[in-house]
Each structure stands twice: as C-alpha cells, then as structure tokens.
Design a protein around this ligand. Sequence first.
Ligand SMILES: Cc1cc2nc3c(=O)[nH]c(=O)nc-3n(C[C@H](O)[C@H](O)[C@H](O)COP(=O)(O)OP(=O)(O)OC[C@H]3O[C@@H](n4cnc5c(N)ncnc54)[C@H](O)[C@@H]3O)c2cc1C
Length: 251
Amino acid sequence: MTTGTAGEPAGAPGRVVIVGASAAGLAAAETLRRSGHTGTITLIGDEATAPYDRPPLAKEILRGAWTPDRLPLRTEAETVLVAVGSRPNTEWLTGSGLALDDGLVCDEFCAAAPGVYGAGDVARWHNPLFDTSMRVEHRTNATEQGMAAARNLLGARRPFAPVPYFWSDQYDMKIRAYGYLRGHDEVRIVEGSLADRKFTAVYRFGDRLTGVLAVGMPPRRIRGWQQAIAARTPWRDALSNPPSVPEGAAA
Ligand SMILES: Cc1cc2nc3c(=O)[nH]c(=O)nc-3n(C[C@H](O)[C@H](O)[C@H](O)COP(=O)(O)OP(=O)(O)OC[C@H]3O[C@@H](n4cnc5c(N)ncnc54)[C@H](O)[C@@H]3O)c2cc1C
C-alpha cells in the first residue's frame, strides 16, 4: 500500500488490495468507502461469479424458499471486494513472511504486518475480550471483522473484541450462539432440556462465563447472556443472578 491521498483520514493508504471476494472483503471495501477512502480499491476473488452469500446456499435455496438470483451479496452494478475464506486458504502466502497458523495470524487490530490486514474465515486474530487467538467461520464475524480491519487500515487503531455470534437453521431447529465455545471447562443447561430439544446452555472457561448456545429458543431470550459475556461476568455471578428475559420474549 502506498501513502495517503489528500483529504483522506490520517494514516489512510492510497491504494488498497483486498484478496477474497466475499462477506469479509465486501464489508471491508464498503467500510473503506463510507469512511472516506477515495483511493483505488482492488478486489480479487477466485470465483467467476459476482460475490455471493454462502449460508443461503445450504438453507433457503435448497428449501426452495429463495431463487438463486437472491444469492449475490450486492447487485452487479456495485463494485466490490475481497478477503479470503472458509477453509483457510493460506498456501499462497507460504514464504511471504506473514505468520500462518491455521489461518493468517493477526493481532488485536486485525493486522498481520504493517499495511496488511486479515478478516473473515481466514483470519486468526487475538481477541482481547477472551484473551485468546481465534478464527471464526461465521457470516456475522466476516462482515464485522471486514469493517473493523478497514477502519484500522485507515488509522482507527481500535481492537477488534467482539462476542462472536453464529446462527444455523437445521430443518425446523434454530440454533444461536454467542461467545467462545471452544476449550470450555463446563457446559450447563440453564433453561429447557435436551429431551425437549429446546434449551439454553451456558459455557464456562476458568471462572468466567464465555458462551451461550440456544436451541429452539426465541432469540431475545439469550440477549442478556450475550451482554453478560461482553461484560466478562464471573461464572458464579452469572448463575446466581442470571440475565433477565426482556418482556414479550418468553414465547
Ligand atoms: C454452504 C455454506 C453454508 C453456511 N452457513 C452458515 C450459517 O448458517 N451461519 C453462519 O454464520 N455462517 C455460515 N457459513 C459460513 C459463512 O458463509 C462464512 O463465514 C463467510 O462466507 C466467510 O466470509 P469470508 O469473506 O471470510 O470468506 P469466503 O466467503 O469463504 O470467501 C473467500 C473469498 O476469498 C477468495 N480467495 C480465497 N483464496 C484466494 C486466493 N488465493 N486468491 C484469490 N482469492 C482467493 C475466494 O474466491 C472468495 O472470494 C456457511 C458457509 C457455506 C459455504
């Protein structure tokens, strides 16, 4: 990347190349433009098609609820993106000098090296909220991290410290999770039951609440748990004083 262009945010590069034309790359490209970057953005992807959204492939399209024309992330008239994907495709970076370890290793600012940022499925970054490195293969993270990387590239220097989130629809079963569910020390069901196929389970790592997984529960019922995870709530406090359920979320 070259030096900044007149009128751009401090630290802004003049030219940006984004590798990976999907959720993370698109979010990064759009954030660059919205943040005032006027330099060139080059998006490189491996597809012959316009950038498209992966999750509906396995859900709405197969169910017949959507027609394929709804898959593109944006209309073709909008120029687009980049960031690398779902299986960490890092072979092409071997020998580049960048650190690779089940993904492109990035710091809390999503930086892999000066002027080089990672976002989306390919990025293993240090999440200061959990004080651990993680790589998240979910749609929401790809968008949020693409935006965060773009802002930091423009000089924001803001740590990317989200409570990771994913959802999945498995037939009629809705699954939602917040937090970091790997390497936990304990899982406890706090509402519902496995037998009912409807439950909320919370996760402990050390003495902290680190995750919540809900199956078949209304989304608003776990929002409080999400906030408790973001607030680094101790496990004991979370269980003795569970987050309240917003009114109207009980059904
Ligand atoms: C079928 C399916 C269903 C899914 N369902 C869900 C779901 O229900 N919920 C959920 O949260 N997530 C789901 N996901 C995951 C979600 O789609 C991904 O997290 C998201 O697409 C990641 O975005 P990304 O931009 O990081 O990577 P990707 O979408 O994988 O895009 C990677 C991009 O990088 C490009 N690229 C890679 N290597 C190179 C290279 N060497 N040179 C040039 N370009 C390169 C590719 O061509 C592509 O454009 C699903 C994924 C799939 C495939």
